[in-house]
Design a protein around this ligand. Structure first.
Ligand code: 5GP
Length: 189
């Protein structure tokens, strides 16, 4: 069986990665599987352990990392995030196209290990729109919002390291652009 494609989807906090990802996963022709990350961040009210993330303690995270069980890891606004490696390999071997929705530091680590990965960076139509979206979420205090905005600017500055940059001005348009990128990549792989 043909191995699946490893897909990295990055973009600043609030750009709408989660929503675009949901639309992508509705399209069965893309044959996608989601890599559930591990994090030390607390769950948001709508999130579930083992579905959105594996929510773990700092100790557990550090143990997994020390054992070399993570494909990549990063600190983001005071919490650890990482991709459990074993599941990614299993899904790729099953022929699934595996989506890692991760931030830039982790993405750069994966690009080094796996230069064949299909890397996509989502950008907002403008910084004003991004701020509006981050504030609209209302789940975080102002200092965290400011931190996430600062981080967003720094992340956007690295977008040229990705093979594709897609503007998320409309979720369906962004989904369609990414779907096309995946299909074209598969045809040429
Ligand atoms: P959030 O706290 O908003 O869910 O995620 C914060 C950032 O961490 C987002 O940019 C998200 O894509 C990223 N992220 C989620 N999981 C991982 C992971 O496993 N590794 C890395 N490097 N970043 C992650």
């Amino acid at each position: 069986m043909k191995k699946g494609v490893l897909i990295i989807l990055s973009g600043p906090s609030g750009v709408g990665k989660g929503t675009v990802r949901e639309e992508l996963f509705k399209d069965e022709s893309l044959n996608l599987a989601y890599s559930i990350s591990m994090t030390t961040r607390s769950p948001r009210p709508t999130e579930h352990d083992g579905v959105d993330y594996f929510f773990v303690s700092k100790e557990e995270f550090e143990q997994k990392e020390a054992k070399g069980l993570l494909l990549e890891s990063a600190q983001f606004v005071g919490n650890y995030y990482g991709t459990p490696a074993e599941n990614v390999e299993k899904l790729l071997n099953e022929g699934k196209n595996v989506v890692l929705e991760i931030e830039v530091q982790g993405a750069l680590q994966v690009m080094k290990k796996r230069p064949d990965a299909l890397t996509i960076f989502l950008v907002p139509p403008s910084m004003e729109e991004l701020e509006r979206r981050i504030r609209g979420r209302r789940t975080e205090e102002d200092t965290i919002v400011q931190e996430r905005l600062g981080k967003a600017r720094a992340e956007i500055a690295t977008k040229d390291q990705y093979k594709h940059v897609v503007v998320n001005d409309n979720v369906f348009k962004a989904k369609n652009s990414i779907a096309l990128i995946i299909k074209e990549h598969q045809e040429h792989a």
